[in-house]
Design a protein around this ligand. Structure first.
Ligand SMILES: *[C@@H]1O[C@H](CO)[C@@H](O)[C@H](O)[C@H]1NC(C)=O
Ligand SMILES: *[C@@H]1O[C@H](CO)[C@@H](O)[C@H](O)[C@H]1NC(C)=O
Ligand SMILES: *[C@@H]1O[C@H](CO)[C@@H](O)[C@H](O)[C@H]1NC(C)=O
Ligand SMILES: *[C@@H]1O[C@H](CO)[C@@H](O)[C@H](O)[C@H]1NC(C)=O
Ligand SMILES: *[C@@H]1O[C@H](CO)[C@@H](O)[C@H](O)[C@H]1NC(C)=O
Ligand SMILES: *[C@@H]1O[C@H](CO)[C@@H](O)[C@H](O)[C@H]1NC(C)=O
Ligand SMILES: *[C@@H]1O[C@H](CO)[C@@H](O)[C@H](O)[C@H]1NC(C)=O
Ligand SMILES: *[C@@H]1O[C@H](CO)[C@@H](O)[C@H](O)[C@H]1NC(C)=O
Length: 368
């Protein structure tokens, strides 16, 4: 966190849940010390599980549909927008096991992170090892160049467990228009729409749901709208790190939300409840101002929601401008137990919670 401290004013730090440890909180590792992370490339001890963990158990059969591996044995793209710290498969296994009801690691979907560009080698290596460990069904979302990828490459990705491709323009330091985003999504859809069980996963600015509504309304290829479809909580919308509770509902008026809900109701869109810290700057591990979004979506489109931790909780595109690639971006400190508790409370229905955690992802990713 030293890097964020160095670059940002203190008032923007609530990106990070860093409340003082309490008796109710346990640490995943005895060595956890969130105050001593270094931003230098010589940092040697960093464990992405060094976050406080409030106990929380997911229903049996749950899926965490968006996690990343950062394995420096596989080189990062030269033109990446940041250099991540390490996040290994063993660490991921340990992380997901903390939330499992039966002591086994829960089903995951590995998502190709932006620093690897279109080289899916680290992802494929992870899927291979997941298969070897008999850890659920290997599933992944890759990144391709639609103009260059061959049929053979798509086939090989499928055999490895890949069930979709990703379009992500929100990890970059600069913003991208709805028109540009739609062109990227269209190219991806056109290239993979014949692939059995494949989706196009998108992390783009939410105005796209309004601006390209007609395009999405006619699609049959599933679209996975990452991180609450790019929607924002009131703290981000108003640039106020401590909004009052009676203002939280204002998030329900934002551009794109109504169209996104409509597209999930009658179209092929799924919405991923993940990355609350990408929606909110609220200074609380509980992320209270995201609740109206979670609750509204749970009531409106309970059959089209899926969950993800977004582990190991990478930083934000807008903080990457001007940072040299020699500086390692540390992961955020996120108490995922608290995030889950806040989402569970906002969903306010155990049957809808089970759909989000178990049956919806099972159907979408075909975990069988
Ligand atoms: C974390 O490290 C800082 C600086 O070395 C130290 O002052 C603090 O006591 C440590 N906290 C814990 C919980 O170990
Ligand atoms: C982090 O980076 C900043 C700017 O490069 C530097 O001033 C600071 O000393 C670094 N902190 C650590 C703990 O390395
Ligand atoms: C990341 O992994 C590389 C290669 O295994 C290792 O050299 C490096 O020290 C690790 N970095 C951290 C911060 O753990
Ligand atoms: C990085 O370069 C590749 C081609 O080598 C290009 O397809 C990609 O768009 C570039 N990415 C960024 C973030 O500039
Ligand atoms: C979507 O389908 C409707 C009805 O079939 C059609 O009128 C409309 O032109 C289509 N829109 C696009 C963008 O293809
Ligand atoms: C948000 O607030 C911070 C601190 O008050 C200010 O520096 C920043 O420019 C604001 N950003 C926007 C987008 O208004
Ligand atoms: C949404 O906007 C309308 C019209 O601008 C306003 O009347 C209403 O109070 C707003 N609702 C919320 C929840 O902010
Ligand atoms: C949760 O649902 C119950 C009904 O099952 C309702 O009485 C209660 O008001 C709801 N709580 C919230 C915070 O919406």
């Amino acid at each position: 966190m030293a890097l964020l401290t160095a670059l940002l004013p203190l008032s923007t730090l609530p990106l990070v849940a860093r409340a003082a440890p309490t008796a109710a909180r346990v640490f995943s590792r005895q060595s956890a010390n969130t105050t001593t992370r270094s931003n230098s490339t010589s940092a040697t001890v960093y464990d992405p599980n060094d976050s406080p963990v409030t106990p929380f158990k997911l229903p049996l059969g749950s899926a965490d549909t968006h996690v990343h591996l950062f394995n420096p044995q596989f080189p990062y793209a030269a033109n990446r927008s940041y250099t991540p710290s390490n996040a290994t498969l063993d660490q991921l296994r340990e992380f997901t096991t903390q939330y499992s009801a039966d002591g086994n690691p829960i089903q995951v979907v590995l998502v190709q992170p932006s620093p690897y560009g279109k080289d899916n080698s680290a992802l494929l290596d992870g899927l291979k090892r997941i298969k070897k460990q008999n850890w659920g069904i290997p599933r992944g979302i890759a990144v391709i160049d639609p103009a260059k990828v061959t049929d053979k490459e798509l086939h090989d990705l499928h055999v490895a467990g890949v069930r979709g491709v990703r379009v992500n323009t929100e990890s970059a330091a600069t913003s991208t228009s709805s028109e540009e985003n739609t062109a990227l999504i269209k190219a991806a859809v056109d290239r993979i729409k014949h692939m059995e069980g494949w989706a196009v996963q998108v992390y783009v600015a939410p105005s796209i749901w309004r601006d390209s509504y007609d395009y999405f309304a006619n699609l049959t290829t599933p679209i996975i709208a990452d991180h609450y479809g790019g929607l924002k909580a009131v703290s981000t919308l108003t640039n106020n790190t401590s909004p009052s509770a009676d203002s939280y509902d204002q998030a329900l008026n934002q551009t794109g939300l109504a169209e996104l809900v409509e597209l999930a109701t009658s179209g092929s869109v799924y919405i991923k409840l993940s990355g609350v810290y990408r929606a909110s700057t609220f200074d609380s591990g509980y992320w209270a101002d995201v609740a109206p979004l979670t609750s509204h979506l749970a009531k409106s489109v309970p059959g089209r929601l899926i969950y993800a931790s977004d582990w190991p909780h990478t930083g934000a595109g807008k903080d990457r401008a001007g940072r040299p690639l020699s500086v390692i971006e540390q992961f955020r400190v996120v108490d995922q137990g608290k995030v889950l508790q806040s989402q569970y409370d906002a969903v306010n229905s155990t049957s809808v919670w089970k759909r989000i955690m178990v049956s919806n992802p099972r159907k979408l990713y075909r975990f069988h």
